[in-house]
Design a protein around this ligand. Structure first.
Ligand SMILES: CC(C)(COP(=O)(O)OP(=O)(O)OC[C@H]1O[C@@H](n2cnc3c(N)ncnc32)[C@H](O)[C@@H]1OP(=O)(O)O)[C@@H](O)C(=O)NCCC(=O)NCCS
Length: 184
């Protein structure tokens, strides 16, 4: 694993580590009901205390080599607009789970695709991963569309895999292999 978390750049974004001062913006963006609705681990309501402790906890995952989270920052305005991460980094099998969310007012502008593509490239090139996978709720076609644009292939359907607000939800599993990227 890397000693320091690098920042990455895309056309529109700086992907940098979260900072303690991002907590109020994080609370506002991730606190939208629409974000919690289709994510497995984002609570609602989302308190400022939760935002602060979530940011503080990220360095533990980075140091342990098991996770790397990026704040998605608009290069022009320096605004935080979302988050993208590689989690459950598994060195034995050289794989990790990709996760992301984008603030509601930026939906539909290609932001998730742009940020997640860069982090996927980072995962293969800099972390030497062999497989990057993602789970998404079947009733969340926008997430499925993003993963498809990254080149991921659906591998499975996990029926009623999670319980969200009391209801069991079907979850799809998609993945991209290093070999898939080489082949394109
Ligand atoms: C899923 C999410 C990250 C997408 O972010 P985004 O920046 O709007 O995504 P993009 O603009 O890069 O791509 C969205 C794609 O979904 C498509 N899409 C949106 N709504 C759709 C729908 N109801 N049915 C089918 N496709 C849909 C868009 O057309 C677009 O595809 P296209 O470029 O081929 O037209 C965002 O909606 C979000 O943060 N949701 C809440 C958190 C979440 O669900 N995270 C994913 C967990 S795995």
């Amino acid at each position: 694993m890397l000693r320091f978390q690098p920042s990455l750049r895309t056309t529109r974004f700086l992907l940098r580590p979260f900072l303690a001062e991002d907590a109020p913006d994080l609370q506002e963006l991730a606190g939208a009901r629409e974000i919690a609705d289709t994510t497995i681990s984002i609570p609602h309501p989302y308190s400022l205390a939760f935002a602060k402790s979530w940011i503080a906890g990220l360095s533990h995952f980075f140091r342990a080599g098991t996770g790397i989270d990026f704040a998605i920052i608009l290069r022009e305005s320096k605004e935080l607009i979302g988050s993208v991460a590689l989690r459950d980094i598994d060195r034995e099998n050289e794989q990790a789970e990709l996760g992301f969310w984008i603030g509601v007012s930026w939906w539909g502008a290609g932001c998730a695709t742009e940020a997640a593509s860069e982090v996927t490239r980072f995962g293969f090139d800099r972390l030497s991963l062999n497989r990057i996978y993602a789970y998404y709720m079947v009733r969340n076609p926008a997430a499925g569309a993003v993963l498809l644009k990254l080149g991921m292939k659906q591998e499975g359907l996990l029926r009623q895999r999670v319980r969200k607000s009391g209801a069991f939800e079907d979850v799809a599993l998609s993945a991209l292999l290093r070999d898939d990227v080489r082949a394109t």
